[in-house]
Every structure is written in structure tokens, then in C-alpha cells.
Design a protein around this ligand. Structure first.
Ligand SMILES: *[C@@H]1O[C@H](CO)[C@@H](O)[C@H](O)[C@H]1NC(C)=O
Ligand SMILES: *[C@@H]1O[C@H](CO)[C@@H](O)[C@H](O)[C@H]1NC(C)=O
Length: 403
């Protein structure tokens, strides 16, 4: 039947798109190098300025060797303007966020303020920090949208040439408490070493973790979020057309088993990421992921336990197979969105996924209509209306394939 749209070209194009997606996601974002042009309203001059590797942030400082103190100015732009926050921290005990002794600047009851935080979890609470700070002030520069933290600090004991620094920006503050920041690559990579003596900095090597998260995201979005729905569309609609039988079955089985293989790989990367993440747990995303893996495994193996077409239990097997299939479909798409919310990649990725899934939804609606038209036509002309393998009760023609 000529009107039968074949999903085959889409399937063939999909694998080719994966390396492109990978390339785009893994490409580092270019940050503007600006610190030397920054001026401060109080006209303070610092001996050194460093453009930090991510978040377009910069650090200005003058280090006083005699009593190991430093005057610092940290500059960064909160993602959504003046209602957000910026933070700069030294971490005397570790390289990442946990253990960081942070200065966070934001607008509190109308006035810019800087407070100190001993960071022990993703929910921050104002507290004393392990080194002395004084002359703390903050300002918001509406001309370039940056917030600036000014402070003098007593540099923590140890080597002032080997400090761990962490910096961050967030878009909102609720009741005087900075809300958690985004988990994009630039945010997670906002750490590194700071050498106050020579005035240099290195990136913190957060890159590999971010790449792992992006790979995890792509594998799972492609398998659970795109291939499974395509496989379901094939099974539900393409089989209505005699010319597509038994091709639809091979396509469906191929699509779902490859989706499952990719999904298992993605699931594995997720478990690994979960075990490596200290202090942060995405319980909902994780539990849905585990449920998806379990349901899909049952679904794949149920293929082997399928009763013959004319077996009396085939009817129940079909109900079970379809029920499980739709559950996986919904949970898969839901978890892709949960993952997108955690990873917070550029908006274009979420938009791209929404567009893709809407197109698939649209295709399903059109095919549903076509199927009904075909079924009604057949009814009129007295042909059998059953899809071509006994869609509901096994009355159709013999299944040509035994897996
Ligand atoms: C260190 O010396 C500077 C410059 O003399 C002074 O302003 C600052 O207060 C001193 N800091 C400490 C912690 O003594
Ligand atoms: C910061 O929190 C940790 C963990 O609760 C604690 O061990 C440490 O003493 C705190 N540091 C300061 C300066 O309060």
C-alpha cells in the first residue's frame, strides 16, 4: 500500500546522527577572556588577574607574602541577572565543592551582601569558615551583568602556591538562601588549583565527568527516548499494511533489541555515575532508570516465552506485552526529561528532544488515523480487519518468524 509511511529511513539516519550529537555535546564552550579590562568602582587595583577556565569568571588578587593574606575580587555573571548569586571558595581539604569554604554574594533584602558558607551539601547554610576574612563587600554591575565579590582573606595554612579553588554561579536565591546551581559542564568544571605566588591557575579536570554525563545522556535519550518509541510505532501501525508483513516484525524486533542494547550501556554509565557522585543523589531519576532496565529486560525475554499465535494464552500475552511496552515508553520519555533537568545542557538540546518526540507523536496520530481508515474500508468491503499477525487474539496468519 503506497500510503504506508515507512519508518525505515529515519532508522537508518539515526545512527549517523549519534556521532554528530556526541561531537556537539563534547565540544568545550569558549569563554570570553576579559579580566584585564575589568575596572572596579572603588578603583582598587590588584596585582594579578586570572580568567578562570569556565563560567566566564575571573579572579583578581594581590597576595601579601609577609603575613600570607590576600585581597581578592571575584567577578562572574549570574545566569539570569541580578536575582542570582556568585560564589568563590578555597577548599583546604578536597578539590571539589564539598569541603569548600565559600564566599557567596547575592542581593539580600535589596542590598548586595557577601556571606560565608562551609559547604557540606547541595543545600547551603551560612556558617563560619576555616580561614579569616574581612572587608567583605559585593556589587552588581548592571552594565555587564556581573556580580563582584571583594574580600581580604588570611590564606589557609599550607602552600599558598597549591590552593584548591572552586567558583560557581546560580540563577536564584530563595528567602536569603542561594538555590542549587545548574549541573552543566561549565558549572561542574568550575574548580582548579590556584597559585597565589606565581599568579596562575589550572583547570580542575572536571571534564571527564562531564563527558561521561553527556555520553550517558546521549545513549539513554537515543535508546529509551527515541528508539523505543519508534519501535512501538512500527509495531502498532506498520503492521496494518499487508505489504509490510513480516517486515514490521523484523523492524520492531531489531529496533527494540538495539534500543535495549544501547539502553543497557546507558544504564551502566548511569550506575557508574551514581556510584561516583559523592553527596548528590538523584533518587527519582535513578529509581526510574532501574525500573526501566528491569521492565525492558522482562520485555525482551518475554519474546522468547511468547505463546504461539493460536494459543489460548496468546491473548493475555499480548495484553501483557503491550501494557509493559507502553509503561516503558512513558517512563523512558519521563526519565529523559528528568535527566535533562539534572544535566541542564544548553536549551537547544531540550528543545531538540521536545521537537523530536512531538514529531514522533504527530506521526503516531497520523498513522492512527490512516489505520482507522484502512480498517473501516476493509470492514466495508468485507475483508478481515485484523492486523496481519493476530493483533488481538491470534486469529491472523501464521507468524513467519520464530525468534
Ligand atoms: C597583612 O598586611 C596587610 C598590609 O600590611 C594588612 O593590610 C593586613 O591587615 C595584614 N593582614 C593580617 C591578617 O595581618
Ligand atoms: C565544616 O563542616 C564540616 C562537616 O560538618 C566540619 O567538620 C567542619 O569543622 C566545618 N568547618 C567549619 C570551619 O566550621
Amino acid at each position: 500500500m503506497a500510503s504506508s509511511p515507512s519508518p525505515q529511513p529515519l532508522l537508518r539516519r539515526l545512527p549517523a546522527a549519534v556521532p554528530l550529537l556526541l561531537l556537539l555535546l563534547l565540544a568545550p564552550a569558549a569563554d570570553a577572556l576579559v579580566c584585564s579590562s575589568q575596572k572596579f568602582s572603588n578603583n582598587v587595583l590588584y596585582s594579578t588577574c586570572l580568567d578562570l577556565p569556565t563560567l566566564s569568571a575571573s579572579l583578581h588578587f594581590s597576595y601579601d607574602d609577609a603575613n600570607s593574606s590576600a585581597a581578592v575580587a571575584f567577578v562572574a555573571a549570574p545566569p539570569k541577572g541580578e536575582d542570582g548569586w556568585v560564589s568563590w571558595a578555597l577548599n583546604p581539604t578536597a578539590t571539589g565543592m564539598f569541603g569548600a569554604q565559600a564566599l557567596i554574594a547575592f542581593r539580600d533584602a535589596g542590598a548586595m551582601t557577601v556571606k560565608t558558607y562551609n559547604i557540606t551539601s547541595t543545600t547551603v547554610r551560612e556558617s563560619p569558615i576555616s580561614f579569616e576574612t574581612w572587608e567583605r563587600t559585593a556589587e552588581y554591575n548592571s552594565a555587564d551583568g556581573t556580580m563582584r565579590i571583594f574580600a581580604k582573606i588570611k590564606v589557609p595554612a599550607g602552600d599558598p602556591a597549591k590552593l584548591n579553588q572552586v567558583w560557581q554561579v546560580g540563577s536564584s536565591v530563595t528567602n536569603g538562601v542561594p538555590d542549587p546551581h545548574a549541573m552543566a559542564g561549565a558549572n561542574l568544571g568550575a574548580k582548579g588549583t590556584l597559585d597565589l605566588v606565581t599568579g596562575t591557575t589550572t583547570a580542575g579536570g572536571g571534564g571527564s565527568g562531564i563527558k561521561k554525563k553527556n555520553i550517558h545522556g546521549i545513549l539513554n535519550a537515543v535508546s529509551w527516548g527515541i528508539m523505543f518509541p519508534i519501535g512501538a510505532i512500527i509495531a502498532r501501525y506498520v503492521r496494518a499494511f499487508p505489504s509490510a508483513d513480516p517486515a514490521w516484525f523484523y523492524l520492531h524486533a531489531f529496533c527494540q533489541t538495539s534500543a535495549y542494547a544501547i539502553g543497557v550501556a546507558g544504564w551502566g554509565t548511569g550506575l557508574k555515575l551514581g556510584s561516583q557522585s559523592t553527596g548528590i543523589q538523584y533518587t527519582g531519576h535513578r529509581n526510574i532508570g532501574i525500573a526501566l532496565f528491569a521492565l525492558a529486560t522482562v520485555q525482551i525475554f518475554a519474546l522468547f516465552l511468547r505463546p504461539k499465535k493460536d494459543h489460548k494464552y496468546r491473548f493475555y500475552w499480548n495484553i501483557y506485552h503491550h501494557g509493559l511496552g507502553y509503561t516503558i515508553l512513558i517512563l523512558g520519555i519521563l526519565n529523559v526529561f528528568k535527566g535533562l533537568d539534572i544535566l541542564q545542557p544548553d536549551n537547544k538540546w531540550k528543545s531538540a528532544y521536545i521537537i523530536l518526540i512531538s514529531v514522533l507523536g504527530g506521526v503516531a496520530v497520523v498513522l492512527e488515523l490512516i489505520t482507522w481508515i484502512v480498517v473501516l474500508k476493509r470492514k466495508k468491503s468485507g475483508e478481515p480487519t485484523k492486523p496481519y499477525d493476530g493483533y488481538n487474539n491470534g486469529q491472523g496468519r501464521q507468524q513467519p518468524l520464530a525468534i
